[in-house]
Write a protein that binds this ligand. Structure first.
Ligand SMILES: [Zn+2]
Length: 111
């Protein structure tokens, strides 16, 4: 782990009923992210592009509901991130814990 913020997640829950991901951190902070927000923040090559390719997110103004309806699986990537599988089968995006700490979903940041 690098950087000044070395807090780690102690609990990660995803709630398909409310379409939100909840993380409890080792400093007792809790963060919540809506699925649609998370999907927009996918940083994989297919979503944000690579080289000369712009990526899917640059080409659209709205996500299709099936792209963020549910998380069907969640995989831990080493000790540094999570890799969700979305309801449309998309699963190439890794969300690093360092980045999740700094991501703030405006719908859930009123605390
Ligand atoms: Zn992606």
């Amino acid at each position: 782990m690098s950087g000044s913020d070395d807090s780690d997640p102690v609990d990660i829950r995803y709630d398909n009923g409310n379409q939100r991901l909840e993380v409890t951190w080792s400093d007792d902070r809790e963060t919540v992210y809506g699925y649609e927000f998370l999907r927009w923040n996918c940083r994989c090559a297919a979503c944000i592009g690579e080289g000369g390719y712009k990526g899917m997110l640059a080409e659209i103004t709205e996500l299709r509901p099936e792209q963020f309806r549910a998380i069907t699986a969640m995989e831990l990537v080493g000790s540094y991130g999570i890799r969700p599988t979305w309801s449309d089968g998309h699963n190439t995006g890794i969300y690093m814990f360092d980045r999740l700490r700094t991501l703030s979903d405006p719908d859930y940041s009123a605390r």
